[in-house]
Ligand binder design. Structure first.
Ligand SMILES: O=C(O)CCC(=O)C(=O)O
Length: 341
């Protein structure tokens, strides 16, 4: 597959504001379902073990209050964390652990190593068809094991949402309105995720249900998944028979890729072990960030920092422009970042 890895290709990309091939070449399954699950582990066991060890230490630091709830460009933060340590001390599940940008903890290398692995980029390329990929955000989710009901939560459910509900303010459509920004999530299992571990649930074909966004109560932190189901379905004129969530049952090292419009969420973890996962959010060269300067927008502020510990380009030329309509600014910014690698 051709990659934009020479000067002529980079110049052509600068002229068009587009890098690489579109995911019009994505796999038939990803195009039809809006997601794709790997058949087995994508990442080698030693890489998964190191990432898991980092994950566990990061959760311990989050529980100890070592990460600020303030957004930061240099350290992980615990925005919207919903854990209840008092409940855990009393023998309960303790709530969802959620750490934003865990790879920014520079005392840890396991997560940065995993996100840079060629096996991950190759799998994402196979699913999406894109030949330029950048990691632009990571979220760590630790879902403790224990009791809980499936439909109204105990603080560990993840309400149904489309990622686009959140990222619409950061990524745009192309200037002529013809192209959707190509944004997706590579969801990595760091523990074995079985049917009883509160696996992510994906609604097949839902990326096409609403031609964009549907109405869903309260998104990620909402704990009443049945209410979300009913409102989401009625907002797009579908009946309950259309609600067939597919569980992302995966071994440790397995990967699920989902489109930013695909409806997904998850219920409580009934197993004995914490469900450990990383949501590695990526974009292709055909994505259009709204902001122009580092730090201008909470969600796409890191795009300018392409170093391996932050937001690496994991496929294609790191120096290629950002696919932004203000390409010349970013061509310079990208060159500066590459020089620092
Ligand atoms: O981990 C889950 O169950 C959901 C994660 C999620 O919302 C995402 O990866 O976008």
């Amino acid at each position: 597959m051709a990659r934009p890895n020479d000067a002529a290709a980079a110049a052509a990309a600068s002229a068009t504001g587009i890098v690489g091939e579109s995911w019009t070449r994505r796999s038939a399954q990803f195009a039809r379902d809006g997601f794709a699950l790997s058949d087995g582990p994508v990442l080698p066991p030693d890489v998964v073990a190191r990432a898991r060890a980092s994950f566990e230490r990061i959760v311990a630091r989050a529980d100890a209050g070592e990460y600020s709830p303030q957004a930061s460009m240099v350290a992980p933060h615990v925005q919207d964390v919903v854990h209840d340590l008092a409940a855990e001390d009393a023998g309960g599940a303790g709530g969802l652990r959620k750490v934003e940008m865990p790879q920014l903890d520079t005392s840890e290398h396991g997560i940065a190593e995993l996100m840079n692995r060629p096996e991950l980029a190759a799998w994402c390329q196979e699913v999406t068809g894109a030949d330029w990929l950048q990691v632009w955000w990571i979220q760590l989710h630790g879902k403790p094991g224990g009791e809980g009901t499936d439909d109204a939560g105990d603080g560990t459910s993840i309400g149904f949402h489309q990622d686009k509900n959140y990222w619409n303010s950061s990524f745009d459509i192309s200037e002529n309105g013809a192209e959707e920004s190509e944004i997706f999530t590579a969801w990595i299992a760091l523990s074995d995720v079985g049917p009883d571990s509160g696996p992510m649930q994906l609604l097949r074909g839902s990326h096409l249900w609403a031609n964009g966004l549907m109405q869903i109560p309260a998104f990620f932190h909402h704990q009443d998944l049945l209410e979300q189901r009913d409102v989401a379905l009625s907002s797009v004129g579908l009946g309950p028979e259309e609600w067939e969530p597919v569980p992302a049952v995966l071994p440790a090292g397995g990967v699920s890729v989902h489109d930013w419009r695909t409806l997904h969420g998850s219920g409580p973890n009934h197993s004995d072990e914490m469900r450990m996962s990383l949501a590695i959010h990526m974009r292709t060269g055909r994505s259009w960030p709204r902001s122009n300067e580092p730090g201008e927008n909470y969600l796409d502020q890191f795009l300018h920092d392409r170093r391996p510990h932050c937001c690496p380009v994991v496929l294609g030329d790191p120096a290629a422009i950002r696919g932004d309509r203000t390409a010349p600014i970013f061509a310079d910014a990208a060159a500066e970042q590459v020089a620092k690698l």
